[in-house]
Design a protein around this ligand. Structure first.
Ligand code: DQA
Length: 143
């Protein structure tokens, strides 16, 4: 089965952007780590990143046909996007929300997540390892 790993705005800069918060690893490193974990269980991953809310919504629509599960770091849209929440509500498989940083230790505006109203699980503050942990979890859920 295929697991979609969706990433929101500014995560294309992962590894270069505020490394004291987000670390030095890139999205390409995340993809290969996740692919290895999924492959152990006979699954595949597809990573997508966009700085545009509507493109993320459309990718979630595609996941309805193409993905058994979604791992999503909506980045700043976590805290603002009803559209991404609604799109995820139209997806039937497991959804795990990932944040590289511990959003609860940061500014108050990062403490609320629209996506958490849909997510089956949330991982925050485990660095980029959080993505591989999320893949492990969805593999258990999809079998
Ligand atoms: C983030 C946390 C968000 O608050 C922030 O806007 C991001 C990244 C994280 O992975 O820690 O861009 O989702």
């Amino acid at each position: 089965k295929t697991i979609h790993i969706l990433n929101g705005p500014n995560l294309n800069l992962l590894g270069k952007r505020e490394p004291e918060i987000y670390g030095h690893e890139t999205l390409a490193d995340v993809e290969s780590a996740c692919a290895a974990v999924a492959a152990e269980r006979g699954h595949a991953v597809r990573l997508f990143q966009s700085n545009h809310e509507g493109e993320i919504v459309e990718q979630i629509h595609r996941a309805r046909d193409e993905a058994a599960a979604i791992v999503i770091n909506p980045a700043a849209y976590t805290h603002t996007s009803v559209a991404i929440l609604d799109a995820l509500n139209a997806f039937e498989g497991p959804v795990i929300e990932v944040h590289i940083s511990n959003v609860h230790k940061r500014e108050a505006f990062r403490h609320h997540s629209y996506v958490s109203l849909r997510a089956d699980g949330v991982i925050a503050g485990c660095g980029v390892e959080g993505y591989a942990l999320a893949i492990r979890r969805v593999c258990s859920l999809i079998g």
